[in-house]
Design a protein around this ligand. Structure first.
Ligand SMILES: NC(=O)c1ccc[n+]([C@@H]2O[C@H](COP(=O)([O-])OP(=O)(O)OC[C@H]3O[C@@H](n4cnc5c(N)ncnc54)[C@H](OP(=O)(O)O)[C@@H]3O)[C@@H](O)[C@H]2O)c1
Length: 316
């Protein structure tokens, strides 16, 4: 192995959780199994579907962008795998119910459920005060939608005598609070706490849960500004991490260096929060977040940023 490959591998071992590299083990874990993956149209979800289908899983891929899902499904099936595309909007309770019913009707079982779909938002709370919808969207996709889906599929898992759930949380939950990320961190944290409690009730029925505290993944979610330059897993490597969660079924899977970071975060919480606050005030908004906010407001017909700031209109 070259020095640069070895260096990259060492960095990923500190900032990312373990990856499954043993293909025979992946096949043993998923061959002939029904694996439901939310958010399978892009990034880690798409790569996970491709990886598990290549090892014999029947992958049930769900997201809002059905055209893209269908293309991926066609490619997987053409390569000899088995994949199915379903429309799912986790922010819409009816859509979640329809999806769960379709899975039950079409497959009658769920061996692995990967709660992968997620939405991130870095936005000043003063901007979200002008756009209450931010709160609904973030809670829908990261908290209420996954809760509804879990509740709909748990009885099937219990009746079949067991299953495994992987929740893709974020390593950010183990760091100090950060300004502008409130909705993302709060919604991911709430679901994580909920599913970890569910895990304790579900274990006697053979249902195990892995909380995966993912490190940085170079997906479209983080494809802007300085964030995109941070070291992290490619989606294909991140899929290897999800595979590790499935083959080993640990209660918790987190980046190796994060035990220490968690300790430091607790011990120095106040100074770290003060430092992050100072950094945030100095950094301000990025051009990308300015553009995203302007676009979001324009879509709702509120006009320019400056206008919306002045008239204080609340958009829902
Ligand atoms: N990227 C990172 O650095 C990072 C770090 C830690 C944790 N994570 C977590 O990793 C997971 C995967 O993220 P990623 O990096 O692969 O991001 P991504 O490429 O943006 O993929 C997110 C997926 O979620 C789906 N999604 C978004 N809103 C949805 C909704 N309302 N209903 C159903 N599906 C929805 C998207 O599909 P549609 O738009 O087609 O619906 C997409 O397939 C997320 O849970 C994220 O929070 C990411």
């Amino acid at each position: 192995m070259s020095d640069s490959r070895r260096g990259e591998r060492m960095v990923l071992q500190v900032i990312g959780p373990s990856m499954e590299r043993n293909t025979a083990r992946i096949r043993r874990a998923v061959d002939g199994k029904v694996v439901v993956i939310t958010g399978a149209s892009y990034g880690q979800g798409e790569a996970t579907a491709r990886l598990l289908a290549a090892h014999g899983a029947t992958v049930v891929m769900a997201a809002r962008t059905v055209d893209r899902l269908s293309e991926i499904v066609d490619q997987i099936n053409a390569a000899g795998g088995t994949a199915h595309a379903y429309a799912l909007d986790l922010g819409d309770p009816d859509s979640v119910e329809l999806f769960a019913s379709a899975v039950d009707a079409d497959f009658g079982r769920v061996d692995v459920l990967v709660h992968n779909a997620g939405k991130s938002l870095r936005r000043s709370v003063f901007r979200s005060a002008l756009r209450m919808q931010d709160m609904d969207v973030m809670l829908g996709v990261n908290l209420l939608g996954p809760m509804r889906l879990t509740l709909a599929l748990l009885p099937i898992m219990k009746a079949q005598g067991g299953a495994h759930i992987v929740n893709v949380a974020t390593a950010g939950l183990q760091m100090p609070n950060a300004p502008r990320w409130g909705f993302y961190i709060a919604s991911k944290a709430a679901f994580d706490r909920w599913i970890r409690g569910v895990a304790m009730e579900a274990r006697p029925h053979g249902i195990t849960v892995t909380s995966l505290y993912a490190g940085h993944i170079k997906s479209r979610m983080v494809a802007t500004g300085w964030v995109s330059a941070m070291p992290g897993h490619t989606p294909a490597q991140a899929a290897g991490v999800v595979a590790y969660a499935i083959t080993h079924r640990p209660r918790v899977l987190q980046p190796h260096g994060f035990g220490l970071l968690k300790l430091v975060s607790v011990a120095f919480e106040a100074p770290l929060e003060a430092m992050l606050g100072r950094f945030d005030r100095r950094a301000g908004e990025t051009p990308a977040s300015d553009a995203a906010f302007a676009a979001a407001m324009a879509k709702r017909g509120v006009g320019t940023l400056a206008d919306s700031g002045r008239n204080g209109k609340v958009v829902r």
